[in-house]
Design a protein around this ligand. Structure first.
Ligand code: ATP
Length: 449
């Protein structure tokens, strides 16, 4: 077995290049020169994204008696965004450079650039900050006027609040209960560098947990801990994550208290998910703006009240970046070197690579049969091209946790070589033991930190 002598973490450049080369993520509309801040998910990227989403969905809905899902429309009644405060408050302060015409978020400028009102790129004079609303606008119907104006939702949460009564009436849930949703959100972001970290179109995975107002601290702590643990279960190294509490000046207009789960990206510690105590702000505002009663009659407490909401708000696309950055390693081996994606086997796009050692003497057919047998349980990839070592490396690079090689001995005794990605260990196993062995390995998987 090859000895691993050293391992290094990833740089953004290498990650972007691997993502493109191996079909995880491509620049949008690349043949036209690309559209800045828009990205497309390729064959492996979409598998990874779907697996992360499915894992989240299971963790946040199916494993609970009292959390259900919905899927609301992206375009909602424009009054929703007045009620939510987004029309008024969802702004970034922007400054322009009078010389090079670049635009910056003033809250993200280096301190001395802001103080001296000088452009960090060319040293030119900066304008005074102006508020810029981040919502994308469009029109429904053929006439473009104020009455046809709609917004592309900047968060999925409002789709849950406006359905609060519907969900209660149709599901007979009682407070405390949660409603979860995964879907696209849109923000006209100005600073969009760092690959898929911050894009104008992205996906969120949000859960709104409706509670009695007196229990907000308890549930806030509960969800804060649960969400951190959930990333650990997905295979993210805990040493690369931390909590950060929002200071009073950065709290969103709806939040009483907010914590971010941050990840140590190649470009620094940044938010991965926000956990917010949104109080009764949203439900009360929707009552005010819609005139509909959104209070809750609690028959256990014999009390009518407006529930508080604890929100867990994660970016799906940002989680893809987190998972990829966390998984990437370059290892120096004794006489070689490899790039390996140490993805948790549960979310790896391909679970098992299947290879015939050579292309003759019936090994191809045998390998195909074995691959078909595994397909019912796992996502597989069949590869008959090139030296076996090279085939292993190709799978390492996309994070395939298991490889199965079929050789002449397979014909004799129906055994194969099972190779493990992280340790590169190889064991001889019977074909009929593959499914349970792989299952056990997935269940017991732990990455060496
Ligand atoms: P930021 O400070 O990074 O702009 P935010 O505090 O505005 O984020 P929230 O409104 O709390 O973010 O959104 C919840 C989650 O949605 C974030 O933790 C992040 O994972 C994701 N998210 C928000 N904006 C974007 C974006 N432009 N691109 C990708 N993901 C995003």
């Amino acid at each position: 077995m090859a000895e691993i002598t050293s391992a290094v973490d990833v740089s953004m450049e290498k990650l972007v290049s691997l993502c493109k080369r191996r079909g995880f993520i491509y620049q949008s509309s690349e043949i036209y020169g690309g559209l800045s801040s828009a990205w497309d998910y390729g064959p492996l990227g979409v598998e990874l994204k779907n697996r992360i989403q499915n894992f989240w969905w299971r963790e946040m809905t199916q494993l609970h008696d009292n959390i259900v899902g919905i899927d609301a429309a992206i375009m909602m009644h424009p009054r929703v965004w007045e009620a939510s405060g987004h029309v008024e408050n969802f702004n970034d302060p922007l400054v322009d450079c009078k010389n090079c015409k670049q635009r910056f978020r003033s809250d993200q400028l280096p301190e001395n650039a802001l103080k001296q009102k000088r452009c960090p790129e060319c040293g030119g004079e900066l304008t005074e900050p102006r508020q810029f609303n981040l919502m994308f606008r469009t029109h429904i119907g053929p006439v473009e006027n104020d009455r046809s104006l709609v917004y592309l939702r900047p968060e999925t949460a409002q789709g849950i609040y406006v359905n609060f009564k519907n969900v209660i009436q149709t599901s007979r849930l009682k407070v405390p209960f949660g409603v979860a949703q995964v879907g696209k959100a849109f923000r006209n972001e100005i600073t969009t560098k760092n690959f898929i970290f911050r894009t104008c179109e992205f996906e969120q995975m949000e859960m709104q947990y409706f509670i009695h107002p007196s229990e907000d601290e308890k549930w806030f702590e509960h969800w804060k801990e649960k969400r951190f643990e959930s990333y650990e279960k997905m295979g993210i190294r805990s040493c690369k994550m931390r909590f950060r509490r929002h200071g009073p000046e950065e709290l969103a207009h709806y939040a009483k208290i907010a914590f971010d789960i941050e990840y140590d990206f190649p470009f620094g510690w940044k938010e991965l998910e926000g956990i917010h105590n949104r109080t009764d702000y949203d439900l009360k505002r929707h009552m005010e703006f819609s005139g509909k009663d959104l209070t809750y009659l609690d028959d256990i407490r014999s009390e009518r009240y407006t529930p508080y909401v604890i929100e867990t708000s994660a970016g799906l696309t940002r989680t893809v970046l987190t998972v990829l950055s966390d998984a990437y390693e370059e290892e120096e081996l004794e006489a070689d070197k490899r790039v390996v994606m140490k993805l948790h086997p549960m979310i790896a796009p391909v679970t098992v690579g299947v290879f015939p050692l050579v292309k003759k003497d019936g090994l191809l057919e045998l390998a195909r049969d074995i691959e078909l047998g595994l397909r019912g349980e796992y996502s597989t990839f069949y590869d008959q091209g090139g030296a076996i070592g090279r085939r292993y490396r190709r799978q390492d690079e996309i994070g395939t946790p298991f490889c199965v090689t079929i050789d002449y001995q397979t014909k004799e005794d129906h055994t194969v070589t099972l190779r493990f990605r992280d340790s590169m260990e190889q064991v001889r196993v019977r074909v009929e033991d593959l499914v349970p062995l792989i299952k056990k390995s997935i269940d017991e998987y732990r990455r060496n930190e």
